[in-house]
Design a protein around this ligand. Sequence first.
Ligand SMILES: Nc1ncnc2c1ncn2[C@@H]1O[C@H](COP(=O)(O)OP(=O)(O)OP(=O)(O)O)[C@@H](O)[C@H]1O
Length: 246
Amino acid sequence: MAFLDVTNATKKFGGFIAINDVSFSVEKGARHAIIGPNGAGKTTLFNLISGLILPTTGSIALEGQRLSRMKPHEIVRIGMARSFQKVNVFPRKTAFENVQVALIANRKLQFNPFHAAAGLFGDEIMQLLEQVRLGGDSGRRAGELAHGKQKQLELAVALAAEPKILLLDEPTAGMSIAETLSSIALIRDIVQQRGITLLFTEHDMNVVFEIASTISVLHHGEIIATGLPHEVRANDDVQRIYLGRE
Ligand SMILES: Nc1ncnc2c1ncn2[C@@H]1O[C@H](COP(=O)(O)OP(=O)(O)OP(=O)(O)O)[C@@H](O)[C@H]1O
């Protein structure tokens, strides 16, 4: 048993097989990247792992606990948090309030906007915002933050769940080069400091090779290679299919 085990997972949409008998494991503490061309099935695989959709067949387990029948919020409670390709924050709430809502939800408190103490979890929220370098933006509305900062806020929201494993779907999508560089450093520091296992998808190969300790390559819904970054880079199939070298 590894930390996260995906075993013979298949997902069909009607007659179309988006994920085809995929098996792979993520080791505790790994920074595991899933790469593959557009439409390879990366987001579908993430949706299966985080419980947004059910596999047609096969199973997914975190520390031996089968996730396939759990609801997404139950999966968060047992230690898995994720972010999405598109920014997913409450735009009219401040950065502070976005993290506060996440903490309230994760601690199972009733959220009553009329009675909620404005300062509830204040220290913890500021610590999380400072960790993602948003300490100075706590009072700004999320929708007014630059794209890179909105992604940092999403990270703080995900961290509010105190995850053991974090799933990031294209964490640097839409970022400028400067934002991408600082985001890579931030993600690496945070997962290392907090001992979080990371599973991520990414188009930008520079980002992949900067962060990943292990890489799996998805092609037409199948895993065609898994290994250390230098092994995957040298793999003939990967070079031919993914990097476009015949
Ligand atoms: N709900 C759905 N119904 C039908 N087909 C779907 C559905 N979701 C995804 N697909 C199809 O499954 C395939 C894999 O899509 P997916 O979004 O998982 O790929 P991806 O690797 O994440 O692509 P990208 O890199 O472009 O985000 C695509 O052909 C897509 O059209």
